[in-house]
Design a protein around this ligand. Structure first.
Ligand code: DPM
Length: 363
């Protein structure tokens, strides 16, 4: 590729670290490639005083970046996949999902509690998170603890924990292992939460590379960074979320595992206080096909909008080579099936009540 590749990203330290990682991986595979990282501030970065779930607008962290992509000011945008809505604006596509880090959440304790687990904290201890998903699950498992909102970027949150500044004196905060690790703070993790304690967000721990659909050169380039197992899991998770019509404003969580070509997906929904829970697991045996690692083969990046072979062009906005289409269709169906099962079991009123209650309180 002759031209310089401009990589768009938010300006937070985490987002910058993620963009630099992608840039380095691209250069490993293409030593001649010229690249530039373009950092941008988004609406979401400017509203620091409200919990995410209360800001009320989807794509808060992605809109400005997508405009730059559309206008050709950047050639791709690096996102935490969990911040990318399941439906993208027309003309945009997730060209690749990179290998997932540990998708789980972790507890970071205040210094004096460092070696303790959540179970050992005194009643009334304050746990900081503004994720409704974490709050509902933790409240259910640990009713003796108090969950309190904390926002700001990761640096700000850790500082609030360590200095006791701000809205509450937190005893611990809960964050994604992936983010803490990418910031170089893995040593601050007191313990990782099991799936019984807290399932993770859709797409958590994976990076999504958003591109212009039809930009064959860039799609070909990013396809080299795609990780097949991560893509399968994340397509199932995203299909689950889309079918539930969930987002940041409701407590929804997942867990997925790929063992010997069988994909297992657990989905859950909770009331805001965690008192109600619906959680089920389904599995699918993925069809054989493709060429093993599946990322080149007959891949024709950029032709995703009209293969003429009757296949859907992409899966929950994720591009894939046609050698993977049958498996991804199965993964997508798994996500839809788990969502439909939860809906049959009464997920809808729980989600609607959570949405209404969340909208009614002021942030
Ligand atoms: C979304 C949520 C949060 C982020 C909601 C959720 C956490 C918000 C909060 C959709 N995006 O997880 O239920 O704690 O107030 C975000 C983080 C990462 C990506 C930080 C984190 C980490 C990297 C990754 C914010 N987005 O969750 O600790 O998961 O790849």
């Amino acid at each position: 590729m002759e031209k310089k590749i401009r990589i768009g990203t938010r300006k937070s330290e985490l987002a910058m670290a993620q963009a630099k990682w992608v840039e380095a991986e691209l250069k490993k595979l293409n030593p001649q490639l010229e690249t530039e990282i373009v950092g941008m501030t988004t609406t979401g970065d400017q509203i620091l005083n409200k919990p995410l779930s209360k800001i009320g607008e989807k794509s808060l962290f992605t809109k400005e970046l997508e405009r730059a992509l559309e206008e050709g000011k950047v050639d791709m945008v690096v996102h935490s996949l969990k911040d990318l809505p399941t439906t993208l604006p027309p003309g945009m596509i997730i060209g690749a999902i990179c290998e997932r880090e540990d998708p789980r959440d972790a507890v970071v304790m205040k210094e004096e509690h460092r070696t303790k687990r959540l179970t050992c904290l005194p009643a009334g201890s304050i746990i900081g998170t503004s994720s409704l998903r974490r709050a509902a699950q933790l409240q259910r498992r640990y009713p003796q603890l108090t969950i309190s909102s904390v926002r700001g970027n990761l640096n700000t949150r850790l500082r609030k924990l360590d200095t006791g500044d701000g809205e509450a004196a937190f005893d611990a905060i809960v964050l994604a292992v992936a983010g803490i690790t990418r910031m170089g703070w893995a040593d601050r993790i007191s313990h990782v939460l099991s799936h019984e304690d807290c399932m993770y967000a859709v797409g958590q721990g994976a990076l999504g590379l958003e591109c212009r659909d039809g930009d064959a050169a860039v799609l070909r380039l990013v396809a080299e960074l795609a990780d097949r197992p991560t893509r399968l899991s994340c397509v199932a998770e995203r299909a689950f979320l889309r079918q539930l019509e969930g987002g940041c404003s409701v407590p929804v969580a997942v867990r997925s595992q790929l063992h010997d070509e069988t994909l297992h997906l657990t989905g859950g929904v909770w009331s805001l206080d965690g008192s109600q829970e619906i959680r089920r697991t389904l599995a699918v045996q993925l069809p054989a096909g493709g060429d093993g690692d599946g990322d080149d083969g007959d891949a024709r990046p950029g032709c995703s909008n009209g293969g003429g072979d009757g296949q859907p062009p992409h899966f929950v906005a994720v591009w894939a080579p046609s050698s993977e289409h049958a498996r991804l269709a199965a993964a997508e169906k798994l996500g839809v099936d788990v969502a439909n099962l939860l809906l049959q079991l009464g997920a809808k009123p729980i989600l609607e009540a959570a949405k209404a209650a969340n909208d009614a309180t002021t942030g």
